[in-house]
Design a protein around this ligand. Structure first.
Ligand SMILES: [Fe+2]
Length: 614
């Protein structure tokens, strides 16, 4: 009899479900993709229903259900924090209460209801950072590795390290709330006018425009970093324990201004703040890694937790050591906790062995739903959209490579949807990375945003070292590493570059692949190999044969603030509402210029308005 285990994460941010059958990751998805509400934190009913349907299971056939943290311990933290700050914490306590009383404290009831009262077995509550640690180690390619988890906060822990060996993970030391690298990052995210829990990656993208002029001040006043990577925050500068904001008046005084209003003009100050915070974060990551390396003597490192999505920091860790190799869980945030908890039950609670595989067990993170050609054609027919069908993958890749080489933007929808925040070539928008105008075209006409971030490149893995300062065949299949573009591919910037400010700098071509080169010549690289993604690999090969360039732009298939598309209908809607030139769904291709129906500006604006700005 197989042992199916359902993992759930919910009620914080990014709810998700994952299904593991006899140790094999069968399905995983975030709730936002189904409900179309970005970072949806409600009970992941639809993600659960998908996981069960994918494995053709009914709830009564599940052997275990597990939740990714311990809500009662989290509640204790809330109470203790409230009591420590009484009476000033009352307002935030009162705001938090209804959700706790309605859902969080009655999770077993909520979970059984979500499983249609048909699951009678045990519900296992895992520890938050153990879930992160399990999500980092168990799917990794390593038989033993040091583990580091960094996030905002779980029950109490905010940073942990430990050891993963065969079928066990063991956490050794922790840093506890309120001292938190993740919350420090979120505090600056808030202060620079971005949304907490979703704008952190924007702060990271802004950092290269600035100088780390506040780095010493942060170390001196806000964060006391020890030699071993452990740290303490001076809580008088923060307000997240007792208030509804992240930073306190003292913080604003220290940096000489109130928080930036969201969506207002970005200035050099925000850029310098971002650069300073990023420098501090990298320093903490490097010191922690050095300490954990000394303590464990291990050569491999795995990471998870929201801070592990800091791909600039990850890139530095890999290049500057001391670990030989690093693997990061692609769904490093709380969504991945669902997967970690399920694997924890299988390996640790049930003591099942973990065979050595030599490669990772994440399956390219293509763990979401897929759709048949029949379903695709139904959507196109119901919308009156014209299309043609390619007879083979070769024909498809040839045609799409030709389109891309001719500067067309292609919506690329293939196979199973990605698990985690990045589009990895299953729900992607592709374009020519060599183009000097593609970056602004894609930002303004497709994503409807003015972004200071360049797009990310996908590259044939066998050619990665020709374009980026990476080792031959170095793997970065999950776009979690930033690496420099090779020196000899960079272009001189000319005189007007010195006078350019902020986002204008991005419009100066900096390399022969300008659309994917940041202003500090870095790129967030995804390598494409034949095993994980044969079709995308074939497309890149065809593009390389035509143009001599093995690199394309890969950005997520969505508009600003929209969750990445899940179904053919979502993809079709996004195609109609934007200037995407061609939509590719499996082997089906539709061209915008052949359509009789087009949408007008008002319809576009209505479409955009439904997604809350993040
Ligand atoms: Fe977390």
């Amino acid at each position: 009899m197989p042992t199916p285990i359902l993992g759930i994460s919910a009620f914080y941010h990014d709810s998700a479900a994952a299904l593991v059958v006899d140790g094999d990751v069968v399905a995983a998805a975030q709730e936002e993709r189904f409900t179309r509400v970005k970072h949806d934190d409600s009970f992941p009913q639809r993600a659960i229903d998908f996981c069960l349907a994918q494995a053709r299971l009914t709830p009564d056939e599940l052997s275990y259900v597990t939740f990714y943290d311990k809500p009662v311990r989290k509640f204790e933290r809330l109470l203790e924090t409230y009591l420590a700050f009484v009476p000033s914490g009352y307002k935030s306590f009162r705001e938090a209460m209804p959700l706790w009383l309605k859902h969080k404290l009655y999770l077993p009831r909520e979970i059984r209801r979500g499983l249609k009262e048909r699951y009678k077995g045990r519900i296992v509550f895992a520890d938050h950072h153990e879930s992160h640690a399990a999500s980092a180690f168990f799917p990794s390619p390593f038989d033993e590795a040091a583990i580091v988890t960094f996030d905002g906060v779980g029950e109490w822990s905010t940073t942990c390290w430990g050891i993963g060996r065969d079928n066990t993970v063991e956490l050794k030391e922790e840093i506890r709330f309120p001292h938190s690298l993740g919350l420090l990052y979120s505090a600056f995210t808030y202060y620079t006018g971005f949304k907490v829990n979703s704008g952190e990656y924007k702060v990271m993208g802004l950092a290269p425009y600035g100088k780390p002029v506040y780095k010493d001040l942060i170390f001196e006043k806000l964060l006391d970093l020890k030699e071993d990577g452990s740290y303490r925050l001076d809580m008088s500068y923060f307000n997240y324990c007792q208030g509804l904001t992240m930073t306190s008046p003292r913080f604003h005084e220290l940096f000489g201004a109130p928080p930036r209003r969201p969506e207002s003009l970005l200035t050099q100050r925000e850029m310098d703040l971002a650069a300073s915070l990023q420098a501090v974060t990298e320093e903490v990551m490097l010191r922690t890694a050095a300490y954990v390396h000394r303590k464990t003597g291990l050569r491999k490192l795995v990471m998870a937790g929201g801070v592990a999505l800091n791909c600039v920091g990850n890139g530095r860790l890999l290049r500057e050591g001391p670990f030989e190799d690093i693997w990061v869980q692609p769904a490093a945030g709380d969504a991945g906790g669902a997967l970690g908890a399920a694997l924890l039950v299988w390996h640790q609670l049930l003591e099942n062995p973990r065979e050595s595989t030599g490669s990772d067990r994440q399956k390219g993170s293509f763990l979401g739903p897929e759709f048949s050609q029949e379903e695709v054609l139904q959507v196109l027919a119901s919308e009156g959209t014209s299309y043609h069908i390619c007879a083979s993958d070769e024909e498809l890749c040839n045609e799409v490579a030709e389109l891309l080489a001719n500067q067309k933007v292609v919506g690329w929808f293939q196979g199973r949807m990605e698990f985690g925040p990045r589009a990895l070539g299953a729900r992607s928008i592709l374009g020519d990375a060599r183009s000097e105008t593609m970056q602004s075209t894609m930002n303004l006409k497709i994503k409807f945003r003015e972004s200071f971030r360049p797009f990310a490149p996908i590259v044939l893995r066998e050619r990665v070292d020709e374009y980026f300062e990476m080792r031959p065949y170095e793997d970065s299949p999950y776009m979690l590493l930033v690496a420099p573009v090779r020196q000899e591919l960079r272009l001189p910037l000319g005189e007007d570059y010195d006078h350019a400010f902020g986002i204008e700098k991005l419009n100066h071509p900096r390399s022969i692949i300008p659309a994917v080169t940041h202003i500090d010549y870095s790129a967030r690289v995804q390598t494409v190999d034949e095993d994980r993604h044969p079709l995308l690999h074939m497309l890149l090969e065809r593009f390389y044969q035509k143009t001599g360039c093995p690199v394309l732009i890969n950005t997520s298939f969505n508009v600003r603030s929209e969750p990445i598309v899940c179904t053919p209908a979502d993809a079709h809607r996004c195609y109609l509402m934007t200037d995407i030139d061609a939509l590719v769904l499996g082997r089906v291709i539709s061209f915008k210029n052949e359509q009789r129906h087009t949408v007008n500006q008002q319809q576009r604006e209505e479409h955009l308005a439904q997604f809350q700005l993040d």
